[in-house]
Ligand binder design. Sequence first.
Ligand code: M6R
Length: 619
Amino acid sequence: MCGIFGYIGVKNAADVLVGGLKRLEYRGYDSCGVTVASREKLGTRRVSGRVETLEKDIVKHPLKGQVGIAHTRWATHGVPSEENAHPHTDCRNELVLVHNGIVENYLEIKERMLAKGHRFKSDTDTEVIAHLIEERIKEKIGEKAPPFLEPVFFEAFRKSVNEIAGSFSLCVMWSRCPSMLLSAKMHSPLIVGLGKEENFVASDVSAFLKFTKKAVFMDDGEIASVKKDSVDYFDFKGKKITKKNSVIQWDSSMSEKGGYSHFMLKEIHEQSEAVENTIRGRLLPLEKNNLDREIGLKADVVKGIDRIQIIACGTAYHAGMVARYVFENFGLPTSCDLASEFSDRAKIIDKSTLVVAISQSGETADTLYAVGEAKQAQAKILAITNTVGSSLARKADFTLHTHCGPEIGVASTKAFLGQLAAIYALGLHFAITRGKLLYPDAKEYIGELLKIPRLIDEILEEKDSIKKIANDYSSSEHFLFIARHINYPIALEGALKIKEISYVHAEGYAAGEMKHGPIAIISEGMPVIAIATNGRAMKLVAGNIEEARARGAEIISLVDGETEKLVKAGRKILVPRTIELLSPILNTIPLQLFAFYVALNKGCDIDKPRNLAKSVTVR
Ligand code: M6R
């Protein structure tokens, strides 16, 4: 997730672009940059850090011109640094581009471009696109420019976007053709802003809302050719298309949250994208051994592992608990420990243990310390993190990035789902490499996983019914969450979400443990939230629900089409059906929404709950 912005008009482009970048900073803020064209000369400023730093730099070294492109970055490939900041250029610094998304086939394109003599200046996946377009231009015109460059530029761009696999919204400028910006979209947002004697392209309308409310929402597989007085639209085959104009109703402060009242709610709604982005390109085709290529986790390392040790904190620990079930399902003995409690366990690991450290921020002190101890025991470290260039990523031997984009709300939501998605991809990779999962079965699991983003959106469409239940229970002083097996960590996560944003007492229990003590706390009217979706122990969970109900509990159950009839009473939340192994992903979402609406009803500061910090850098 990054923010891109392009401007062409009559104003000073640098001012417009920097102002827009500030509004896009919520999409990433580890580095940023801007390029402005004046006649056929390009001026670029890039910094590691926030837009504020870029702005100061431009005040000292002004950029003059009325057309330009800009970017604020959330690193996915290559650490946050000035070299990796966008805009990126071709070999001659004539063509500049900004990109939001992930180029899945960048290694393959890079190899081809290197063989043709291109020189790369960054570690990003994005830079390959600049060289690809340069190459296509060269093929057309050689060293000598024909009089009409616009068709050449357009064709080179069009051919190039057809060669890229993955997700992208792009904005490209060519110094030899500075009266036109080219933009394209595939799986990443792109909106054209239509002004008077000026036009814009951006990842989000917030970038240009100050200047115009007239916008065109681009669809996947479309190109916009943007000039000062006109915009033309094409499909990827080059056929001209017509697009509908919209008038934006938001004000600019709302649009930073994409129209949502809270970052947490926005991030809950970004979860299908987070899961899709995290699994994309990592599972299929099976024969390609994608994770091996991407993170260097070679087959001999995977085959040499005796056991896995997971370490993490908070919500990431709950993802780790799910991972234990996933990895053991594929025959790999796994333990999962809280990073802050790991010390004593470090004694039992050695070089045949693969330590999997999970952390959204990659900066959690407890996790980093535990990783240090594991390294001393000579274990190999695999990090699952959302933050490229984080301390964890730098310490680890292998890093599997989740591609969730920046998570601003303190309560982790989309990062958790991204972690689960990464865990399933990893589990399948282990199982296939170790010969525990053969082709047809592997394909079936992958098929089910690929359906998950759509099912997430189905749950979100029903959020009003969850809101209603949450409103009815928002004055409760205690909540109990129960589940079994792979959904037990989800019961813990449901309780954690309520605790941290509503400041209400909530506990998660293994449903079978209730009778060993906790059932004593149930009193008349106490809400018990039970995860009762399809699974081996469903009948036992139904029994536990009855035990709680018999003692006065009010039951709220998560059920799917098949288990609905097994739960006799109470309020029910219908969750789409999937296989038991993947059910934690879907079951999490109603619990996040439930916690959100309870907190909303109580008037709590949801995005910045008291006493908490997004990243806990003390032990
Ligand atoms: O950045 P990390 O994933 O390492 O953070 C770990 C926990 O601090 C974090 O998950 C915390 O529990 C969240 N606030 C939960 O919503």
